[in-house]
Design a protein around this ligand. Structure first.
Ligand SMILES: [Zn+2]
Length: 289
């Protein structure tokens, strides 16, 4: 006999009292399965988890379930210059070392290669003062840019200084990279840092991605995935999901939810599952409660 074409056929008796939002249930199910321990489902198999979710949604307290699942149901915006203050988004706002940091939950601070000047080393000293601020969770954006900014040797010097602070303050690096992937990969190989390094706005070939992967890099993807011909769009399906992040960077019109939606259509993964994956990645590399 041909099997019915719906995943939830077995649960029709449970759901007969009330029309059910299957899409929402499926999203919760994916999140619950990949976060069993956090949600207290470690003893349950997948059928039991689904039954439990349905009970929560239908008979128990749906708010209580939402509270528990919403923790996982967050967008991570790895790098943005425009705080959105959305309740469903954890964002790392790129802060300027010379401007007081207000109104944000998490931020990164560092010196962008374009902004290097004679005062840059002094400015970097301020990172020591910010070290006790729990909201500072990364150094950056910093890095190398072969198309803009001062001579590459000068950029490498400043980048090395920020590697030093990243290690000293135990904060991951958020990296700006234009046409300098091999230099940055080599620096990671030579320094063998303890902190994680993330390429923000990653847009390079599969070969480069695989090289970077070998040395433990993470990859944050942004607006370039909207262009089907971009390297970012083509390489995205090859990046292991446990190394992935998404971001809006400096585009005030771009919403993080639209980046997730686009990525989920490229990867053929439910957007809720992507949220769960990147939430776990975030917890893995950033030192947050
Ligand atoms: Zn940026």
């Amino acid at each position: 006999m041909k099997r019915p074409n719906t995943t939830y056929t077995n649960y029709t008796s449970l759901t007969s009292k009330k029309a059910f939002d299957y899409k929402r249930l499926n999203a919760f199910f994916i999140i619950a399965c990949s976060n069993k321990e956090t949600l207290g489902f470690e003893e349950y198999n997948s059928t039991q988890i689904k039954k439990r979710l349905i009970q929560f949604l239908q008979y128990l307290n749906p708010n209580s379930l939402s509270c528990r699942l919403n923790i996982m149901y967050m967008y991570i915006n790895l790098h943005t210059h425009h705080p959105s203050l959305n309740k469903n988004t954890i964002e790392i706002v790129n802060a300027d070392l010379n401007t007081p940091i207000t109104n944000t939950s998490y931020y990164s601070a560092g010196i962008h290669p374009w902004k290097i000047n004679e005062n840059s080393y002094e400015e970097l000293e301020q990172l020591e003062k910010l070290a006790n601020d729990q909201r500072l969770i990364a150094i950056g954006e910093c890095g190398l840019d072969k198309l803009m900014g001062p001579a590459i040797d000068k950029q490498i010097e400043l980048f090395k200084a920020q590697i030093y602070f990243s290690e000293k303050l135990h904060l991951p690096l958020i990296i700006h990279c234009v046409k300098a992937y091999s230099e940055i990969i080599k620096l990671k190989k030579d320094f063998a840092p303890n902190q994680h390094w993330v390429f923000h706005g990653f847009n390079a070939s599969k070969d480069t991605m695989e090289q970077a992967l070998k040395y433990g890099f993470y990859f944050s993807m942004g607006k370039t995935i909207f262009s089907d011909k971009s390297k970012a769009c083509r390489v995205l399906p090859d990046i292991p999901t446990d190394r992935l992040f998404f971001e809006t960077d400096d585009d005030p019109q771009l919403s993080i939810s639209s980046v997730y939606d686009k990525a989920s259509s490229i990867l053929k993964i439910d957007s809720a599952q992507l949220q769960s994956i990147t939430y776990n990645n975030f917890k893995c590399i950033f030192n947050v409660d």
